[in-house]
Design a protein around this ligand. Structure first.
Ligand SMILES: Cc1cc2nc3c(=O)[nH]c(=O)nc-3n(C[C@H](O)[C@H](O)[C@H](O)COP(=O)(O)O)c2cc1C
Length: 282
């Protein structure tokens, strides 16, 4: 939607800057081609097909492409109400594709490369924890759940043998209640312990904010819109620049706090409502 090179530009930038890329199921470039452009293990974000045979097919394809981690997005299973996006809905209904070439080329979701041949749609509203077990049996890939926002959910994922969680509200596009995901970090880490991989995304715009998430116990921070905006303007180069800026800001904050490596970034560097926060259980 944002650049003709799309996911391949993101992959080349991620390769240049040694960053993990998690490829969306809605990619306009097939997983195999993005994996080649990245030249390193590509993580894959799953929108689960409603029909199980579709899931089997898709997961096998992703596994065959060499992906080591499957990230199942669970925050859109119940549908969503995109009020903000609705307010920005365009009123000029001329077809953009009649003047501008896009990678999507006006394709509908079921014409996207990862959804081709898969019938019945995505995101089964009846999904439950048994599907986690089924998915784990189906694949050797590590499994993460994306879209967890409470300690309770994270604990249930951990107990089911899920390998890690990404705290996310889909950039405010799943639950749009104004609560920031960084607010959820403390509760989640306290519930699952500091050894369990917990990532976070949503609203991270500066290295200082990445520092705070790491301090609260996140293992990694994801970005969505910052790289997409950069790509819209400058393609691969823009994505590289965004990664450079965030890394430089993180480094600067680390220097100012006297933390020489990521391990040294602990909760002692952040205050919540002016109060110190205790370290998480191990
Ligand atoms: C335009 C757009 C499309 C997105 N598409 C997907 C998607 O296909 N799958 C998914 O798991 N998340 C999707 N997300 C959510 C992102 O993966 C991520 O959680 C979010 O953008 C992080 O917040 P940030 O944009 O503030 O960094 C999308 C977000 C945006 C803004």
């Amino acid at each position: 939607m944002f650049h003709p090179e799309g996911e391949v530009a993101a992959a080349k930038a991620a390769k240049a800057k040694k960053t993990v890329q998690i490829l969306s199921s809605a990619t306009s470039t097939p997983v195999e081609d993005v994996a080649t452009a990245l030249g390193a293990p590509l993580w894959y974000q799953l929108y689960m097909p409603v029909r199980w045979e579709g899931t089997e097919r898709l997961v096998k394809r992703v596994e065959d492409a060499g992906c080591p981690v499957l990230v199942w997005t669970v925050d859109t299973l119940g549908g969503r109400n995109l009020e903000t996006a609705e307010r920005f809905r365009r009123i000029d209904m001329r077809q953009c594709t009649s003047c501008h070439a896009t990678a999507h080329g006006g394709r509908t979701p079921d014409e996207l490369p990862m959804f081709k041949g898969i019938e019945g749609g995505m995101n089964p509203a009846t999904a439950n924890w048994d599907l986690v077990d089924r998915l784990k049996k189906l694949t050797k890939m590590k499994l993460m759940l994306k879209g967890v926002v409470t300690g309770e959910e994270a604990r249930m994922a951990q107990q089911r043998g899920v390998d890690g969680v990404i705290i996310s509200n889909h950039g405010g596009r799943a639950t749009e209640d104004g609560r920031a995901t960084i607010e959820d970090l403390g509760e989640v880490i306290d519930e699952v312990g500091s050894r369990y991989p917990v990532f976070v995304d949503g609203g991270f715009r500066r290295g200082t904010e990445v520092f705070k998430a790491l301090a609260l116990g996140a293992r990694a921070v994801g970005i969505g819109r910052p790289y997409v905006w950069a790509m819209s303007a400058f393609g691969q180069e823009g994505v590289e620049r965004v990664l450079d800026i965030m890394r430089a800001e993180l480094q600067l904050t680390m220097r100012e706090c006297g933390t020489q490596n990521l391990k040294e970034i602990t909760r002692s560097f952040v205050l919540k409502n002016g109060e110190r926060i205790s370290e998480p259980r191990v």
